[in-house]
Design a protein. Structure first.
Length: 260
């Protein structure tokens, strides 16, 4: 996007019927729930916080984080049940926090803040916090310890129930995004296998839905081309085992999309 275009909240795309709307993540659940836009991307934690009536269509597996209850290391508190009556909890997730303390019978005061929750205990403004943590490094730097995990969150593609799931454009966007997510972390592996070793190779190959096999014509002896889609955590072992059992000319290709 050029400098002029970046100043607009609503921007066009290469598709005339599709426009992108840039909003704060916390505003997206409500805007989508209202039906003002057809689809949106925001965090699962924000969907829960605002109680938005939306359908989470795709887990994008990005922005992975935990919403945690943390206390100062010096407090000696090791669990939520040990929080003393009147504990002040600073958070921007006030709705989740209120439900949490009510469900657990914790007598606490919820303090609404807009950011920098980690600094509140050291400033003396709060006794504990409920905030998003990824690695926990920031919490540790502020002398805080996690005593409970309220929920796990990632970025989600969301849709309002009022927006038809089978609308052609909505269906296309959902399928395309899901296919990219599905392809992430997977590879396409191609190999040539002699006819007399085919069963041996197939026996050791993992794949998403079974290998694709086609006969190779020509050459001095019968050969088969075997194609599999495999997750990266199984890739190295699959290659080693295939090679040991007679496969050759092995090629690994990145996948852009996988549509089941």
């Amino acid at each position: 996007m050029d400098e002029a275009g970046s100043r607009f909240l609503v921007v066009p795309t290469t598709r005339e019927e599709v426009k992108l709307v840039y909003l704060r993540p916390e505003d997206i659940p409500g805007i989508v729930a209202s039906g003002a836009v057809q689809l949106g991307i925001t965090g699962h934690d924000l969907v829960v916080e605002y109680g938005a009536r939306v359908v989470e269509e795709v887990d994008l597996r990005l922005g992975r984080a935990r919403l945690v209850l943390a206390v100062p290391e010096s407090s000696g508190v090791a669990s939520p049940e040990e929080l003393p009556p009147g504990t002040r909890i600073a958070t921007k997730f006030v709705n989740i926090a209120r439900r949490y303390v009510e469900e657990r019978g914790i007598e606490a005061e919820i303090l609404r803040i807009s950011g920098a929750a980690e600094a509140m205990p050291s400033l003396g403004a709060a006794d504990a916090i409920i905030d998003v943590a990824s690695t926990g490094t920031t919490l540790r730097l502020h002398g805080l310890r996690v005593v409970d995990v309220l929920l796990e969150s990632t970025a989600r593609l969301i849709r309002a129930p009022s927006v038809p799931r089978d609308d052609p454009l909505v269906e296309e966007v959902i399928m395309n995004i899901r296919s990219v997510v599905q392809a992430r972390g997977s590879k396409l592996v191609l190999m040539n296998v002699p006819d007399d070793r085919l069963l041996d190779v197939l026996a050791v190959l993992p794949s998403m839905g079974g290998p694709s096999i086609s006969r190779i014509t020509g050459g001095d002896k019968p050969m088969w081309e075997v194609i599999i889609a495999v997750t990266t955590d199984k890739l190295n072992r699959a290659i080693v085992e295939a090679k040991k059992n007679g496969a050759r000319d092995i090629v690994v290709i990145n996948l852009e999309r996988v549509i089941p």
